[in-house]
Design a binder for this molecule. Sequence first.
Ligand SMILES: Nc1ncnc2c1ncn2[C@@H]1O[C@H](COP(=O)(O)OP(=O)(O)O)[C@@H](O)[C@H]1O
Ligand SMILES: [Mg+2]
Length: 434
Amino acid sequence: MNIESHRPDLVIMDIRMPGTNGLVTLKKIKEIDARLPVIIVTAYGTMQTAIEAMGLGAYEYMLKPFDVGQMRKIIDKALAAGQLMKKTVSYPPLAGTAKEEDLIVGSSAQMQEIYKMIGQVAGKDVTVLLRGESGTGKELVARAIYQHSKRSDQPFVVVNCAAIPETLLESELFGYEKGAFTGAEERRIGKFEQSNGGTMFLDEIGDMSLSTQTKILRVIQDGEFTRLGGKEPVRVDVRLIAATNKNLEVAIQEGKFREDLYYRLNVISIYLPPLRERKEDIPALVRYFVEKFSRELGKDVRAIDEAALHKLVRYGWPGNVRELENCLKRAVVLSKGDLLTAEDVQIQGTEKKERGRKEEASLEEMLEQVLDLASITEGAEIIPLVERALIRKALQKTGGNQVRAARLLGISRNTLRSRMKKYRIAKEVEITRG
Ligand SMILES: Nc1ncnc2c1ncn2[C@@H]1O[C@H](COP(=O)(O)OP(=O)(O)O)[C@@H](O)[C@H]1O
Ligand SMILES: [Mg+2]
């Protein structure tokens, strides 16, 4: 099998092979393509070699006999990791024509500034911090930086700090020595060692514990760390791209984020603005996603009508581009013809929540006045006062119709009746007084 001509997406190999040594083979594979994920299968007796293989950039090792279900999971993860490195991310000034690429879409002034930044920082081996709400494209930009860097032929490894339980994150990143803690039966190589020479995308760094932050700082400053339970420093050459949707300045105030790490990371930071602050990008994003999903899902959607587009532009997109993307995917899946209409594009859930939040805010403003009033009439029982007024208003609005008033208030008719009794609200009075 020739790696160079076959260009596989994944290699699964034994460490003990006739006529050759697995480590030598692994080194050769990595020389040809450092981004190619390699899974090692091995018998217990050669486990030490397998561990060494991880240090040479193997994706994972499995002991024979292995569980097929678990192997499948690892294969899926390895393929996804390989795909992330190889599927190009382009952005306007450099956009390619390949169908199989992710494009950063948007020509707003803010996005153009971001393209400029990517161009400036990609080629330099510096740490970059990406900031912005969830779904604004931080991971996409991280991949673009990686692919336009000098390390583009080396691994790109993603670690999401928020997705890994705090206790496991350190061993995931730095590995551990045998006996470092109960259950550490063998040495484990962490992601930093595995991605040596490459780039690591540390997502959601605002969720890292202080102790992990200390270790990360040391990697940035000195290029070294120690495995858990180890004494020997391990040297690595990894370029870091970090991201967070948290307000790190506040986290520092609260003692949850190290200030020195913040200054290290923040030397070069790129802020991705929420979609609602660059609405002019929405039409282009819509066209991009409709075309992409139509192609990927084998549909024939060619356009979106005026009303549908208007609906999408008007909405606030609290989930940013990710929410828009999901909305359009749904629309394309469910579409019947070649034109998406306003009915086809259903904005789900979050819009209601957002509206709810706004209403709560204006309600609070109104209640402020009630409280001001209460402070004048000392001793007044505010809650019954508000409840009574609310019920009277509801009855007025519905012309005394108790069924509709109860529905409006979100209570049962019986509850309404008992409250009316309690507050001595007579139905006739409500209607005549208007
Ligand atoms: N400007 C953009 N153009 C095209 N797709 C985008 C853009 N921004 C984000 N996306 C897509 O939206 C989704 C969320 O982006 P992601 O980079 O994961 O956001 P974040 O990391 O900030 O949460 C991804 O599928 C990504 O490809
Ligand atoms: Mg993300």
